[in-house]
Design a protein around this ligand. Structure first.
Ligand code: NZQ
Ligand code: ZN
Length: 391
């Protein structure tokens, strides 16, 4: 077990009807003029945006709005948001949406609170000294950005997707009303479940272990898999929606990695390059790569993969750890198929050429400054080989 820091400053307001508290929460956190930030229109169609505006009006909070955030949120809109906030005297950011909208708001927050080009922070050129306060209204259980320290933005030129991580960006509060996720298309629900699982899996395959953390992580993964299967058949099931929503936050606020190290994150980083180049849904991209990554690195930690197989997937122990682990990887892929997630790049709808594979590997290596993965430290050649085998 390793020493660890655990910092989760986000106030969670969870449950049916909590959306209508948003105005009061902004007021409690000192916001006077809010930027309501949202995506491509789901919050308009569902009536969520109108409810947010009504709640802000009731609390006497001024607001302006900026919609149009796309999945894999773009730098261009972040820059527009920064300008708008400065022009309108905005002092509080209110993303209403998923990881893309929350991440875009965090980026605007860094841009407004610091001089110079906001991309510098994502490009490792400078570090910000502050972030404007963010409060999140979550409409999809997936990225966990509502409690995470991370913001992932894509620069249009070159399709470069990069994250910037800092505790300064953690939201002040998160409104989590599971009913808001009931309008999600089935595909997005499944993508979200895949991403939630992966945030704990990245931490589970780590440098060290801690028994309590293992039990929390294994339990969380089992519940998410059970509820994901429920939601395939019964998308309006409130209990399942609620469990998945809470798991989404706990899976990425650091809890399921305490004492184990900083996590592996190779699948995430490999996926970010695929997302940057081909604009795929993040959770689906992870599902498409995980099995290949797992088989590739399995020889480094067969015991850990065997534990995952038995404790999370219910696989019966085989003759040795490697045999048990391989059964576990197959069972995980079977689960992805059950929830209609891809298990390779072709099923994801992406067929990279050899030239594109080399470019993906080169960008991934550069983004991680030559140090990707802890189960197995991946060289650029390893990355290219994983992309190749995932085809
Ligand atoms: O844009 P709208 O119309 O709102 O539609 C969205 C979008 O098309 C739709 N949606 C969201 N809530 C809905 C809904 N549709 C109907 N009803 C609702 N209630 O869902 C689609 C996906 O939304 P998005 O915000 O992109 O999803 P997600 O939360 O999966 O976020 C993905 C982004 O987060 C990043 C990913 O890389 C990706 O860019 N990540 C951020 C992390 C973080 N900040 O900590 C960690 C993750 O590992 C991840 O990298
Ligand atoms: Zn993720």
């Amino acid at each position: 077990m390793m020493n660890f820091n655990y910092y989760t400053p986000t106030k969670v307001i969870f449950g049916k009807g909590t959306l209508d508290q948003v105005g009061q929460q902004v007021k409690d956190f000192g916001g006077k003029k809010v930027l309501i930030h949202y995506g491509g229109g789901s919050v308009k169609r569902s009536g969520v945006l109108d409810r947010v505006k009504a709640s802000l009006d009731q609390a006497g909070i001024g607001w302006t709005e900026l919609g149009g955030v796309v999945p894999n949120p773009r730098l261009g809109l972040v820059r527009q948001g920064i300008e708008l906030c400065r022009k309108e005297g905005v002092d509080f950011l209110l993303p209403v949406g998923g990881g893309s909208v929350i991440d875009s708001a965090k980026a605007i927050g860094y841009g407004v609170a610091n001089d110079g080009d906001v991309w510098d922070f994502y490009d490792f050129k400078r570090v910000p000294t502050a972030c404007m306060p963010v409060g999140a209204v979550v409409t999809i259980s997936a990225a966990g950005s509502e409690m995470s320290n991370s913001s992932v933005i894509t620069k249009e030129e070159g399709g470069i997707k990069r994250s910037y991580n800092s505790d300064m960006g953690r939201p002040k509060f998160a409104i989590m009303d599971p009913e808001l996720t009931m309008t999600l298309p089935d595909y997005q629900t499944a993508c979200g479940c895949a991403d939630i699982l992966m945030h704990t899996m990245e931490r589970y395959f780590n440098v060290d272990t801690m028994e309590l953390t293992d039990v929390l992580a294994e339990g969380l993964m089992r519940v998410v898999m059970d509820e994901a299967r429920v939601l395939v058949k019964d998308p309006k099931n409130y209990e399942a929606r609620a469990n998945v929503m809470w798991a989404g936050s706990l899976s990425h606020n650091g809890l399921t990695g305490c004492g184990a190290g900083n996590g592996d994150w190779a699948c995430h980083r490999l996926e970010h390059e695929v997302g940057g180049m081909f604009d795929v849904a993040h959770g689906a991209g992870l599902a498409a790569l995980w099995g290949t990554w797992a088989r590739y690195v399995l020889p480094e930690k067969p015991g850990r993969f065997a534990q995952f197989a038995v404790n999370v997937l219910g696989v019966a122990p085989q003759g040795d750890d490697t045999a048990t682990a391989l059964k576990g990887i197959e069972a995980m892929e079977e689960f992805y198929r059950e929830i209609k997630m891809p298990t390779n790049l072709r099923e994801l709808g992406v067929e990279p050429t050899e030239e594109q594979i080399l470019e993906l590997a080169e960008k991934c290596d550069a983004a991680n400054r030559g140090a990707l993965g802890v189960v197995k430290r991946l060289t650029r050649e390893d990355m290219a080989e994983i992309y190749r085998r995932a085809k």
